[in-house]
Design a protein around this ligand. Sequence first.
Ligand code: ADP
Ligand code: MG
Length: 343
Amino acid sequence: MSLRLRNPFNLLRSHSIALDAGSARTVITNPQSEVLLDEPTVIAIEHGTGAVIATGAEAKSYIGKAPERIRVIRPIQAGVIVDFDSAKALLRSFFKRVCADDGFRLNICAVVCLGVTDLEKHTFIDCCKAAGASKVDIVDAPLAAAVGAGLDIRQPKGRLLLGIGAGLAEASVLCLADVVYSESARIGAEHFHEAVAQHLAARYRVSIGENMAEQATLQLAWAERPAQLRHMTLTGKYFGSGTPCALELTDDDLEGALDGPLASLEALVRKAMDKTPAELVADIADTGLTLYGGGAQVHGLDSALGSRLGLRTRQAHDPAMVSVLGAAATLRPDLDFKKLLVK
Ligand SMILES: Nc1ncnc2c1ncn2[C@@H]1O[C@H](COP(=O)(O)OP(=O)(O)O)[C@@H](O)[C@H]1O
Ligand SMILES: [Mg+2]
């Protein structure tokens, strides 16, 4: 039997990372905002033995194709851990990829959605610890996103943000580096994919898989018609006959596909504004609405929502990354964002 002795002095040293483990995508950076890992939040596990078969992009490619002995799992949904053991196994494999197993302590600042309960936040912290973290601080997603987007949130000036992740949207009003009001709804990029799949099913009587629905959304869906026509080949099968099909589509074929989700997002923002004190709403008329999260990247979403709401609306630069970049900023003492962490 061999025993590997670790250098005991390493226990005094630590790696610090920022973590955004969303329903669709997990991103890890170092405090300097360099991306160490960017993978789908998906794990493939063997039934019975519980052995990990694949994680991240490889596991995602199994969706809709895996035989019965393999379970393909998305252990985080709408910001909440729904399968603790799978989430732990997935995070452990991600942590191992970004930090050498050198006995150093692993300190994490993790982004957590505002709409989750305290119990769900504690479950998330416990899961990170079970996966190998020594210390876990958390920062609320809208605050992290605002910092990552470079907004000056320390001023007594109201700002409105709308985060559109994979399974959850959060409309938040921020002022004096805090969240004044927030409203969440189960509407996100995954609902865009579903709406696109339903639209195509109704129009062409085709059934498509989850990954193809995401591809069609990314490549063709729009909230405001793009100036240049975009094309893609969609593969699926016809209802009834089950025969395979390959359809040549353009963005014209997706006209109106996102009307339902767009109306829900508009209603969410209106509800948040309705509950916000008048002084802050007056500020927001000036500062406008900032969009972040992967779902904010739908073509023309900023201008479509802007005209529906009558608010100047802009998409944060690199919207799916701003939350993790804000979490990374809290790890740097020189930037003085530590007070944003949830107490
Ligand atoms: N251009 C786009 N149009 C629509 N959805 C997009 C686009 N780009 C990324 N997404 C979607 O955004 C989601 C990932 O966003 P992200 O904010 O990382 O979600 P989460 O943090 O909930 O995992 C994915 O479901 C992806 O399909
Ligand atoms: Mg995210």
